[in-house]
Each structure stands twice: as structure tokens, then as C-alpha cells.
Design a protein around this ligand. Structure first.
Ligand SMILES: Cc1cc2nc3c(=O)[nH]c(=O)nc-3n(C[C@H](O)[C@H](O)[C@H](O)COP(=O)(O)OP(=O)(O)OC[C@H]3O[C@@H](n4cnc5c(N)ncnc54)[C@H](O)[C@@H]3O)c2cc1C
Length: 380
């Protein structure tokens, strides 16, 4: 693979950087729902979203390299990603792969425009890593499924319009074989959403209770019993999405600035620790280029996403721990304090990054996948 950028790619990068500078939401707007939604609409109108999606449903004609350049420029500018990232990474691709023509026409365009935001419901109080044990029941009743049960840790359920949910349609045979995937309108009677307060103070995820929710049978994605297959391929996209969205460039600049501020820049032990982070950050970039090269050349290696997710999310924690160690007691100060470098970002990031080795499957689960599927070690 040629790692140099072509003149066209350099021109594309300049064009993207200029576009982002002119269009990104202001820092004070970034946590507002409508500003974030409007930002995604602008990204879609400029044809930056849905790379690889069929053109008739609004997909963009970006090459994998252009997509990577776009993501890098977004990160470099500190601009937010699209609000509907989960739907762009795995719900839309699942509908493209398993959906009926009517489902594609109904759901894909509003995902791209963020007119409809999606949440994903796999985890339940008794089934997280062991997702195949999901108990949330969907019983067929004429042209409807009647869904009852509970999901937990559903990111963005409180602002979502639709729910991509794993349900049990059968208790016969192996547990994974009785699972199906439904698309549920969150406004349906019987859907109850309760936000969960996180350690950062935010409430990004929720408990969702389903009390005899009637769902039209036409909202079954794929066939009855195909839920495990659909979710397995969606999880590959989720892990690649998480791994691909992590960018260390700005984080590293902040750590170097903190080490100068604290007078550690010429301390050999600190220099070694920072060099180690810089090397690992460079490794993640090579991972991402390798994965892009695989997709350009049609080489499918679904389990690489587990290795990439494991490596990048563990590294985010090493970054925030280093930031905390560098700032010492100052690191405990929160946003808005006059005495804290980096406006309290370090403390927030440290708390937030704990979640990244859990979301999308824990690090232990990723290690199991790498051991069995990549290294071919026996299952114990
Ligand atoms: C920020 C965030 C966002 C999330 N968003 C969503 C969402 O939108 N939708 C959704 O459905 N879920 C979501 N989740 C839930 C997430 O998928 C689960 O938390 C995760 O899969 C782990 O499940 P669990 O919490 O039930 O832990 P458990 O599965 O109970 O695991 C507990 C501990 O046991 C370990 N363990 C479990 N099984 C094994 C094994 N076989 N081998 C070795 N160790 C094992 C785990 O690694 C963990 O340390 C989110 C989680 C986070 C943190």
C-alpha cells in the first residue's frame, strides 16, 4: 500500500478542512440537540455521509481514503461527529443488507438527514456479554409482534425516534437461534425510557421498559431467528466504528502541553512515558490504514475489529491516566475552574474513558475473540 497522499487527496483534504472551518457548530452549540442535528444535515447535504450506501437512498460517493481524510479533518478541527453515528455505523448498513425494499425506502434517508435518530437495544440486566441470553419477548399476534421486557444501557434512547432491538421470538433450540431483530417506533404506547446518571454527570444512556408494545410484523428485519446473525455483523461495524473514531493527535498535544506546564518536559522518565504513548498512537493509525486497505481490496477480516477496538479503547485510558498523573492535584478540578489547565477536560475525559472498554463489548470479550478467532487458540 502506498502511504503517500495523491495530489487529488491533498486537494480533497484542503477542501474538507475549509468546509469544516466554515460550517462546524460553535463550541457553545455542540451539546444542543437541534444544533447537532442541523450539523448532521449540513454534513449530509455536502455529501460526506453514507459512504458506500446505494446512491438511490442518498449514499455519498466517497472512496475509503476520502472517508478517512474526512474523519481526520473532523478530528483535527475538534468538530463533533454526526449525532446519528450509531445509525450510520451499523443500523443503516444492517437495513441495507437485510432489509426489504420498503424498509430501505422508509428508513435510510431519515438516518442520513438525522430526521430520525436511532438507539440500539441489545443489553439486558441479565445479558450483556452473554447477549444470546436476551429474554425480552416478542410474541406474534396476527400482523403484530407484542414485545415485553427490559433493556439497559441504551445510548441516546431519551432522544431517539427508533429502536434497533434484539428480541426473543422462540425458546426452542440453542439460545442464539431464537433471537430476532425488530425496528420499533419509540413513540409506540408501552415504551418507557428512564435515563441513567453517569459518573461524568451526563445522562447519555437509559433503561428502556417495554410493556406489551405492539409492533407491526413488517418491522421485522430479516427473517425470524436471524437476529443473532444480524447483530453479530452489526457488532463488527460497531467495533470498527468505535476504533476508527478514536483520534489521539489532539490528546497527545494536550499531554505534551501539560508536561511542559508542569516542568516535566526534560525529565527522562516522563519523556519515555510520552514516547510510549506516541508510538502506540501511531500504531493505531497504521491499524486504521490496514483496515482501510483491507476494505479497498475486498479482504474481509471481521475479527480485526475486536483487536482494534481493544487496543484503541485501552489506549484512551492510558492517555487520560497520563494526563491525570501529569497534572497531579489540579487534575481533580472540574470544568470552569480558573486554576485548571485544559478547562477540566482531563478529569472529565478520565471518567468518560472508563466506559469505552465496556461499550460495544468489554475488553475481556474482545480478548476472547482475538484468542479464538484471530490466533486460533482453543475455547476453554
Ligand atoms: C458507554 C456505554 C454505552 C453503551 N451503549 C449500549 C447501547 O446503546 N445498547 C446496548 O444494548 N448496550 C449498550 N451498552 C452496554 C454494553 O454493551 C455492556 O455493558 C457490555 O456488553 C457488558 O455487559 P454487562 O454490562 O452486562 O457486563 P457483564 O457481561 O455482566 O460483564 C461483567 C464482567 O465480566 C466480564 N466477562 C463477562 N463474560 C466474560 C467472558 N466470557 N470472559 C471473560 N470475562 C467476561 C466482563 O468483561 C466484565 O468485566 C453500553 C455500555 C457503555 C459503557
Amino acid at each position: 500500500m502506498d502511504l503517500d497522499y495523491s495530489p487529488e487527496e491533498i486537494a480533497f483534504r484542503e477542501q474538507v478542512a475549509a468546509w469544516i472551518a466554515a460550517n462546524a457548530p460553535r463550541a457553545d452549540e455542540r451539546r444542543e440537540l437541534e444544533a447537532w442535528r442541523a450539523w448532521q444535515k449540513r454534513l449530509h447535504a455536502a455529501r460526506f455521509l453514507g459512504a458506500g450506501w446505494p446512491a438511490e437512498y442518498g449514499g455519498a460517493k466517497l472512496s475509503p481514503m476520502q472517508q478517512a481524510i474526512f474523519n481526520e479533518e473532523l478530528a483535527r478541527a475538534g468538530a463533533p461527529g454526526p449525532i446519528n453515528a450509531m445509525a450510520l455505523w451499523w443500523v443503516g448498513p444492517a437495513i441495507i443488507r437485510y432489509g426489504t425494499e420498503a424498509q430501505k425506502k422508509r428508513f435510510l434517508q431519515p438516518i442520513l438527514t438525522a430526521d430520525e435518530i436511532w438507539a440500539t437495544g441489545y443489553s439486558e440486566p441479565g445479558s450483556g456479554s452473554d447477549m444470546a441470553a436476551a429474554k425480552c419477548r416478542a410474541v406474534r399476534d396476527g400482523d403484530f409482534y407484542v414485545v415485553s421486557g427490559q433493556k439497559v444501557w441504551t445510548t441516546l434512547a431519551h432522544i431517539s425516534d427508533w429502536y434497533f432491538i434484539l428480541v426473543r421470538t422462540s425458546t426452542e433450540g440453542p439460545k442464539w437461534a431464537g433471537l430476532s431483530l425488530l425496528l420499533i417506533d419509540m413513540k409506540s404506547p408501552g415504551v418507557e425510557v428512564r435515563p441513567i446518571r453517569q459518573i461524568t454527570g451526563d445522562s447519555e444512556f437509559n433503561e428502556v421498559f417495554l410493556h406489551d408494545v405492539r409492533v407491526p410484523a413488517e418491522n421485522l428485519l430479516g427473517a425470524e431467528g436471524q437476529g443473532w446473525e444480524i447483530v453479530s455483523s452489526a457488532l463488527v461495524n460497531e467495533r470498527s466504528g468505535i476504533a476508527g473514531s478514536v483520534r489521539f493527535d489532539q490528546g497527545f498535544d494536550r499531554i505534551v502541553a501539560s508536561s511542559r506546564l508542569r516542568g516535566h518536559a526534560s525529565d527522562p522518565l516522563w519523556r519515555q512515558r510520552l514516547a510510549d504513548l506516541a508510538i502506540k498512537a501511531r500504531v493505531t493509525k497504521s491499524f486504521q490504514l490496514r483496515s482501510m486497505s483491507d476494505s479497498i481490496h475486498g479482504r474481509i477480516n471481521p475479527h480485526m475489529s475486536a483487536a482494534m477496538k481493544l487496543f484503541t479503547t485501552e489506549l484512551t485510558q492510558r492517555f487520560s491516566e497520563t494526563g491525570i498523573d501529569l497534572l497531579g492535584a489540579y487534575a481533580t478540578l472540574w470544568e470552569g475552574s480558573a486554576h485548571v489547565p485544559d478547562d477540566g477536560r482531563c478529569a472529565y475525559q478520565y471518567l468518560y474513558d472508563r466506559s469505552m472498554t465496556i461499550a460495544g463489548g468489554t475488553s475481556e470479550v474482545q480478548r476472547n475473540i482475538v484468542a479464538q478467532r484471530v490466533l486460533g487458540l482453543p475455547r476453554k
